[in-house]
Ligand binder design. Structure first.
Ligand code: FES
Length: 135
């Protein structure tokens, strides 16, 4: 079958590399028809694929904001999907975790983290024991 390219390049055979690189077996395809489990996100029940990557599953369920920045309140969502950017932070069963590094399991209670900075960030705090030791 001839293949054509808008640049004018043409060939009668498909590129060997292209033929070999087409993937027809993907773990993501298996998840589409697999069993789902019930979790809650911000007290809203969701059905997510059992064992799927949590960040991908939440994005697939239409969740577009995972957390907000503590300074401007800007929305954040997964970016790297490999544990480097920390934009996917969520609170799972009371513990702040990176959603891209977790798998979906039944009964997870997922919340958005509180964007309020911890009290330890305030400027008006009294000197700590560490400061006393330095003096
Ligand atoms: S998406 Fe970057 S750490 Fe999770």
């Amino acid at each position: 079958m001839p293949a054509f390219c808008p640049t004018g390049w043409r060939t009668r055979q498909q590129h060997r590399i292209w033929r070999c690189s087409v993937k027809n077996a993907s773990p993501f395809l298996e998840l589409e028809d697999g069993p789902t489990v019930r979790v809650s996100f911000e007290q809203t029940p969701l059905e997510l694929p059992d064992g799927a990557n949590l960040a991908a599953a939440l994005l697939g369920a239409g969740i577009g904001r995972f957390r907000s920045t503590s300074i401007s309140g800007a929305p954040r969502a997964p970016f790297c999907m490999m544990g480097a950017c920390f934009e996917c932070l969520v609170v799972v069963d009371g513990v702040t975790r990176q959603a891209c590094m977790m798998s979906v399991r039944a009964g997870m209670e997922i919340e958005r983290p509180d964007p309020t900075p911890p009290d330890s960030w305030s400027d008006s705090e009294e000197p700590s024991e560490v400061d006393d030791a330095k003096a």
